[in-house]
Design a protein around this ligand. Structure first.
Ligand code: SF4
Ligand code: SF4
Length: 149
């Protein structure tokens, strides 16, 4: 899966606390592995539960306990979506500055992020400004793929 490399610093900035939004497929997949009581409804979204300001699935060594079945939003991180700027690598994650991602990773991440945004529209009725998405996508492709679309 995208960005699945060994560079993570396990600083837990992305998981402690987490605000990760969950989709139906996330909840079904994680539940089917026997996990319970990991969903909260907050500010209009189903999200991962925090326990003591940490994602319920974050272990004491800052590893994800459900890495192989983690939510789609966690899988695509540090690629995130800004409603103002479109897709971008989260400046909060140290890897966004330190790691040179490949063009293939960025393209794959953008495809997954597009799927996430479509699920935001269909499951949460959030209106996505696809022009903003295209601008951010173009910037990332220029930077990582030398593509000028
Ligand atoms: S913020 Fe980045 S470096 Fe830190 S744990 Fe998350 S993915 Fe790893
Ligand atoms: S599910 Fe895993 S990757 Fe996602 S926020 Fe929780 S600990 Fe982090």
């Amino acid at each position: 899966m995208v960005f699945e490399r060994s560079f993570c610093l396990y600083c837990a900035k992305c998981c402690a606390p987490t605000e990760m939004i969950l989709f139906r497929e996330d909840i079904e997949r994680i539940s089917s592995h026997g996990e319970k009581d990991f969903v909260v409804f907050r500010n209009g979204f189903y999200r991962l539960r925090n326990v003591g300001e940490r994602c319920i699935f974050l272990d004491e060594e800052n590893r994800c306990r459900i890495y192989s079945i983690r939510p789609i939003g966690c899988r695509v991180y540090p690629l995130v979506y800004s409603f103002d700027k479109g897709p971008l690598l989260d400046p909060e994650c140290p890897l966004s500055q330190q790691v040179v991602y490949t063009c293939e990773e960025v393209e794959e991440g953008l495809k997954i992020l597009e799927k996430v945004l479509k699920m935001l529209e269909s499951e949460y009725r959030i209106k996505i400004n696809w022009s903003v998405f295209s601008v951010g996508k173009r910037d990332l492709l220029m930077r990582y793929c030398n593509k000028f679309e």
